[in-house]
Ligand binder design. Sequence first.
Ligand code: ADP
Length: 328
Amino acid sequence: MPEPRRAPGAQVPAAVTAVGLRKSYGAKTVLDGVDLRIPAGSVFALLGPNGAGKTTVVKILSTLIKPDGGQAQVAGHDLATAPDGVRAAVGVTGQFSAVDGLITGEENMRLMADLNHLAKREGRRVTAELLERFDLVEAAKKPASTYSGGMKRRLDIAMTLVGSPRIIFLDEPTTGLDPRSRHNMWRIIRDLVAGGVTVLLTTQYLDEADQLADRIAVLHGGRIVAEGTAEELKRQIPGGYVRLRFTDPEAYRSAAAALPAATADHEGLFLQIPSDGSQRDLRAVLDRLDAAGVEAPELTVHTPDLDDVFFALTGGTTPATQPEEAVR
Ligand code: ADP
């Protein structure tokens, strides 16, 4: 049964909570106090570049490795005192895939059914249903080593679902997939959540987090440096602007004089005015241009996207924040 949708802000029970997770390898601190709260029935994206520690978080939360410090509850079970409860509630797929390439897709599924102690007949039923659902019926009798990247990921998820987990950890589910398989995977993830499952997804892709996640946490320097909905994160940083492009240098100079807040590109005849992208802001810009008697042949509005947020948080720069020559 799908869980009921709640109004934003209403108290949704947590599927996963973690406080102060720490992990080091030798002298290298990978996690330096990670806190997480993942509402049940949602998609939560843990976003970070390669090497940020995303897989380490997933391994800890699925009991594959122990943290050096901190605590976590997964599906109400404490990681340290009830690891079996955690393991029974979660399914993990991703970089450390369980797919065995030497046996067929169907055999992989049956093996999973046995591991989950399903009765023979029930195992066959679940296997057939999942192979069908993930479009693997035709490939079912072929060795998994012959599968494409997208097929392997689908088989991996299908195997995870044999145990009917309430929480699924997907570690970089679309890394290395072609665009079609990637969109296919996004559809699968949306379907899982529509069925009431909680998904913790790790990704290096901002657009993936933006597309799929109800909430996003940015992992950087071993800590969560920001957490919220995509919209909340975008609101945290400036970076919106109106950009005007001119072809006539005379009009460009008049506009620059009329818009003293703009940064300017004299070569390209661009003016860029900080803006929240609202109608009021736009009107103010246009009124000034009207008053100066100039018309811009091209006007574009840029509102901050997750790229801007990510780079602002992790210390990179974007075209919107790179210094340009000021007009004043
Ligand atoms: P991500 O999933 O974000 O790419 P990982 O969690 O895989 O990052 O790795 C984070 C860091 O921890 C990396 O620098 C990686 O080299 C290091 N690391 C991961 N596992 C081990 C290990 N078993 N021994 C030593 N270093 C490790």
